[in-house]
Design a protein around this ligand. Structure first.
Ligand code: HEM
Length: 415
């Protein structure tokens, strides 16, 4: 596959490139080697610097006073950037943790932080394991074949996060549809519509749903995460409707497609590397390492962005104040300088200093939960799995933000 550095840079802003792992990684490998701090001008997008080396992603994430999340926390088209800017100015834009910087970010993050600490998450493990078992049982009920993404992996993490939030099971299907419409992003099959108005319509539905939830938890507090958010105070004042809703939205969305993509991409990697599957089945103690290798391998979050507040020198390039950088996590996680043989899927990889959860003050709040969920699923599945193979061609999601497989047809036999 012959590709110029210019084409490789533009691939970062091409949703289709992310649906084709080989094409994406050919582009990222070329950028890491030839131009790791690359100025990219892609049609339909405001220009940005593409940051593809592990060390550089880390350096930028560490320096959260120079590199801010606002006003452009993730890659969007120039039209969408403009809409976001206008909405932010009018105070009606989505304002979640990833849209914020200090001091607001620190205060708002603290509201959810206790809930997501590893110790608190471990207490939830029995409930998560029960859900994992339910989905492995579902595979058995489905017989000897299924589309693993559509029938298993999109449901399980959403159910985990919605039960953490404390929503009734009867609302789960509606939430699944809404999160996919919002996060399906650039994939025409998942997204509700083309226009910003249609995207706004999905957001408004989310808002209406969660406003009701806030009202209910304020009237009658419970011990779930929704109640913690609804009744949180900052400087003695409750959060306004907008901020509470933004909090629910980020948790319901961030906690869903990320983990489901990891589980389906992890299973795909095990199918493609039967020696690694056997190794893991023979030595279940490797599971924690295997989970992190799946997360590195899939890197379901494709990028976040930062914007420089002052001029900054990086590898001889000058990033000017006001210019934005795209931090490419899939690229950092295949960096030859950090990972021994980075294109080898190794369930015993140790050390594994991947950046799939980001780094620094915005480090993924749900990392401990994502690890427990993934581990619980494979710990339930692997002892029962006698055989597994592909039953068709897997298909990737076209998105520049969060995604992985949208179809994984498999044939299997379970004990
Ligand atoms: C932020 C990845 C699962 C909640 C992030 C970031 C990344 C990430 C890359 C941005 C970090 C940065 O800017 O440095 C992932 C991956 C997951 C996963 C790879 C699964 C394998 C989850 C889950 C939840 C969650 C299960 C919650 C239920 C969040 C939240 C933030 C975040 C709330 C914003 C944190 C902040 O800005 O302070 N995640 N995530 N994530 N994630 Fe995750």
């Amino acid at each position: 596959m012959s590709l110029t550095v210019e084409e490789a840079g533009r691939a970062l802003a091409d949703p289709g490139a992310y649906a084709d792992e080989a094409r994406l990684h050919a582009a990222l490998t070329l950028l890491r080697r030839e131009d790791p701090v690359r100025w990219v001008e892609a049609p339909g997008y405001n220009p940005f610097w593409a940051i593809t080396r592990h060390a550089d992603v880390l350096e930028i994430e560490r320096d959260h006073e120079v590199f801010l999340n606002a006003p452009r926390p993730l890659l969007a088209t120039a039209v969408q950037d403009e809409i976001n800017r206008t909405r932010a100015e009018q105070g009606i834009g989505l304002r979640t943790l990833v849209h914020m910087d200090d001091p607001d970010h620190r205060v708002v993050r603290a509201i959810g932080a206790d809930w997501f600490r590893p110790k608190a998450m471990r207490a939830l493990e029995p409930r998560i394991r029960e859900l994992a078992r339910r989905y492995v049982d579902r595979m058995a009920i489905l017989g000897d074949s299924c589309d693993f993404v559509r029938q298993v992996s999109v449901h399980y993490p959403l159910y985990v996060i919605l039960s953490l939030l404390g929503l009734p099971e009867s609302d789960f299907d509606r939430m699944l549809k809404l999160t996919q419409e919002l996060f399906g992003g650039d994939d025409t099959e998942l997204r509700r519509g083309e226009t910003p108005e249609e995207v706004l319509e999905v957001l408004m539905e989310f808002f209406a749903y969660f406003q009701e939830l806030t009202k209910a938890r304020r009237a009658r507090p419970t011990d779930d995460l929704a109640s913690a958010i609804a009744n949180a105070t900052v400087d003695g004042e409750p959060l306004n409707d907008f901020d509470t809703t933004s909090y629910y939205v980020i948790i319901a969305t961030a906690g869903h497609d990320t983990t489901s993509s990891t589980i389906s991409g992890g299973l795909h990697a095990l199918i493609e590397h039967p020696d690694q599957l056997r190794r893991l089945q023979d030595d279940p103690g490797l599971m924690p390492l295997a989970v992190d290798e799946m997360i590195r391998w899939v890197s379901p979050v494709k990028e976040f962005m930062r914007t420089a507040t002052t001029d900054y020198e990086l590898r001889g390039a000058t990033i000017r104040a006001g210019e934005s950088v795209v931090l490419s996590y899939p690229s950092a996680n295949r960096d030859e300088d950090v990972f021994d043989d980075p294109f080898r899927f190794d369930v015993g990889r140790d050390p594994n200093k991947h950046l799939a959860f980001g780094f620094g003050v915005h480090y993924c709040l749900g990392a401990a939960l994502a690890r427990i969920e993934t581990r619980a699923f494979f710990e339930e599945l692997l002892p029962r799995l006698e055989s597994i193979e592909l039953a068709g061609t897997p298909e990737g999601t076209a998105t520049t933000f969060v995604g992985g497989l949208k179809r994984l047809p498999i044939r299997y036999s379970l004990r």
